[in-house]
Every structure is written in structure tokens, then in C-alpha cells.
Design a protein around this ligand. Structure first.
Ligand SMILES: C[S@@+](CC[C@H](N)C(=O)[O-])C[C@H]1O[C@@H](n2cnc3c(N)ncnc32)[C@H](O)[C@@H]1O
Length: 355
């Protein structure tokens, strides 16, 4: 029985589910969930991410990690952590870049936090022979206590589920996934208090308890152990309304309800909520700044120039990759970077005031 058939049967038996429950099942159902069974990152897959676009991304995050470690006073040991490491490209590029700092490598205890067995296998293969050998864990609770943490997570927040609400009938009403008259999955609303029907274009409010919980957990970890956690993702830098639930299959946007478990489902990262949860847990946290600005602060133009000098035949490709990462009309504005950090650390790349 497919996940679609199982969801349909469960909804018919027990009633509609909320959008966060639907996302969670589609991504992590042990039998048919997207990340549990068939995650496909890259040109031949369903979606592409910054490290897969260009080696410059992982290399610059490697330099970010070394500079963060230096500003922390070069602690030894420290935990170098990637959360949601995908196909391992980011860590592979990062570890190549940090070979320039042998004392950093000697002090690092490398952890990969991953819930997807197929992706953990890809990561293992990609990091074979790298300068550090990782330990895998399923949650940041697996990271041993007793040393500062330098953590990187690219495009993790956007796969943590959100619920959706519409303001109607004098209160907030939850958007639900049910079964329509034709037997297909369909969006609907929980009943309003006064029985009224909201206009079809009513603004949608997204609430991600899972993103807030991660902000809280990272804030508590950094408050306890010291260090910094860098979060990069597409999403909102200010509170705003909007339905951002998106499904990608073969690089095309598809109906989020049409292919449960067979498409990648995401929502916007909610940076203000993550920042506030981290601060409440005792850490400092920056506002989100545009990815283009952040990578510019880390010297991406300089890195692109040196790659082009080494390989003039690839200059056009490198310029295209650079534009994809930093141009405001590509990933430069919609994607953002934020840092949860020890209060006495000024995290590299965040020295400039947010625009
Ligand atoms: C969109 S991919 C991003 C991959 C990679 N960071 C990149 O930039 O290419 C999301 C990653 O997060 C992992 N993931 C999803 N939910 C997770 C969770 N709750 N904890 C840890 N990893 C998770 C996925 O398995 C996958 O590795």
C-alpha cells in the first residue's frame, strides 16, 4: 500500500491531519517517507542546494569555522558538527579547506547529525579518506558534553514541519489535510467558532513548533558548552504571513498533496522564531542576514577570482555559480544566514549591521 493510500485510509478512519503531521509523514514515514527512502539532491535529483552548486560554499564555511574557532580562543577539543548534511558535499569541501589549519583539524571531534539512512550512507562514502572521520548521531542530544560546539546546518530548518492557520470567525482556524469528494487528498479548514467561511485568499500564518524547538535546543547547547551554530536557509527574516509549503520533484514545483513521500516538502525557515527561542534558552543570536551579504563578508568574490585564475577555461561556469549563490534575484536575498553564539563571541560574517 503506497503512502498516499495509507494516508487516505487513516484520514477516512480518524479524520483530517494538520499540515505539520502531513509534512512529517511525507518526509520521515519509515516505509515510504522521502528522506527515509529516496532523497535525491543534485542535477539528476529533485532539488539542488548551495554546496552542490559550487565548492566555494563548503570551502568558505570551512574558513568560517576556522575563524570562529580562533575567535573562541582555539579550544581543544571542540565538536565540529554538521546537522542535516545531505549528500556530504558541504563537509567534504569544508574538510578540504580546513587542511590549511592543522591545529584546527587536530582539535576537532567531527559529528554528523542525520536522520536519513540513505543520506548517511552517501556521506560515509563521500568522506572516505577525508582529514577527519565523523561519528554519526540522530539528534544534537547525541553530541557529548564537555567541549564547545561549532555547528553548521544548511537547508535543515526548511524541512522541519509547520502548521498553518487562517484567521476566521473571530479566531485562528487550522488548515487541515483531508480527503476530497474525488478521493484525492485536499486542503480544508477546521470548523470556525461561528460557522463562517473565511474568504479564499485569507492570509495564512505558519507556526513551526519543530523549528522553535531546534532554536531552543541549539540555544541551550551553545549556552551550556559555548561555541556557535550557523543556520543557512531560505525563509523569512521578519514575521510575515504566507503559505510557503512547497513540493519539488525533478526540480519542478508540484502540488504538495499529489506525491506524498515522492517529492521534497519544505516551508520557509522562520528565523525570528528560531532566534528568539535561542535567546530565551540563554545564548546570543543574530538576526538573519542575506546569504549574498554573508558570503560576500567571507570573501566569496576573492575565492571565485582565484578559482578562475587557476582554471580560466571554467571562468564562465564559476561566474554563473557565484551569481547563483549571491545575486539578489537568485539565492542571495531569499536565502539567509543567522548565528546562535556564545555571548562573548562576534561570529565571523555578521560584523556588518543587517541591511
Ligand atoms: C534539504 S537537505 C540539505 C542537505 C545539505 N545540508 C545541503 O545543503 O546539501 C536536508 C537534510 O536534513 C536532514 N534532516 C531532515 N530532518 C532532520 C532532522 N530532524 N534532524 C537531522 N537531520 C535532518 C535530511 O536528511 C537532509 O540531510
Amino acid at each position: 500500500m503506497s503512502l498516499l493510500d495509507r494516508l487516505r485510509a487513516e484520514i477516512e478512519a480518524d479524520g483530517p491531519i494538520n499540515v505539520a503531521q502531513y509534512m512529517h509523514r511525507c518526509l520521515h514515514d519509515p516505509r515510504d517517507g522521502y528522506y527515509a527512502t529516496r532523497p535525491a539532491i543534485g542535477d539528476g535529483g529533485d532539488f539542488i542546494t548551495a554546496p552542490v552548486i559550487s565548492q566555494m560554499f563548503g570551502e568558505l564555511l570551512g574558513l568560517w569555522a576556522v575563524e570562529t574557532w580562533t575567535r573562541l580562543g582555539k579550544p581543544s577539543p571542540f565538536r565540529l558538527v554538521e546537522m542535516g548534511p545531505g549528500d556530504g558535499t558541504l563537509m567534504s569541501d569544508l574538510l578540504r579547506a580546513v587542511r590549511l589549519a592543522p591545529d584546527f583539524v587536530a582539535a576537532a571531534d567531527l559529528w554528523m547529525i542525520e536522520t536519513s539512512a540513505p543520506l548517511a550512507a552517501l556521506q560515509k562514502a563521500k568522506l572516505e579518506g577525508a582529514v577527519l572521520t565523523p561519528t554519526w548521531g540522530a539528534s544534537i542530544a547525541d553530541i557529548p558534553a564537555g567541549a564547545p560546539v561549532i555547528l553548521i546546518a544548511n537547508e535543515l530548518l526548511d524541512c522541519l514541519p509547520a502548521r498553518q492557520f487562517v484567521h476566521a470567525g473571530g479566531g485562528w482556524v487550522e488548515r487541515l489535510v483531508g480527503v476530497g469528494p474525488d478521493g484525492a487528498l485536499a486542503f480544508g479548514l477546521a470548523p470556525t467558532k461561528d460557522g463562517s467561511t473565511p474568504p479564499p485568499d485569507s492570509p495564512i500564518l505558519e507556526v513551526s513548533d519543530a523549528q522553535e524547538a531546534l532554536g531552543q535546543a541549539l540555544g541551550a547547547l551553545i549556552a551550556r558548552e559555548g561555541g556557535a551554530a550557523l543556520l543557512i536557509d531560505y525563509g523569512r527574516g521578519e514575521p510575515e504571513f504566507g503559505d510557503t509549503l512547497q513540493a519539488l520533484k525533478g526540480h519542478e514545483k508540484v502540488d504538495p498533496l499529489a506525491f506524498p513521500g515522492e517529492s521534497d516538502l519544505t516551508v520557509y525557515a522562520d528565523f525570528p522564531v528560531v532566534r528568539d527561542a535561542a535567546r530565551k534558552a540563554g545564548a546570543a543570536a543574530t538576526d538573519a542576514i542575506p546569504q549574498g551579504l554573508f558570503l560576500g563578508m567571507l570573501g566569496i568574490q576573492h575565492r571565485a577570482d582565484s578559482l578562475k585564475a587557476a582554471r580560466p577555461d571554467r571562468a564562465e561556469v564559476i561566474d554563473r555559480q557565484l551569481a547563483r549563490l549571491v545575486a539578489p534575484d537568485q539565492m542571495g536575498e531569499l536565502f539567509k544566514a543567522a548565528c546562535i553564539h556564545a555571548p562573548d563571541l562576534v561570529p565571523p560574517g555578521f560584523e556588518a549591521p543587517a541591511a
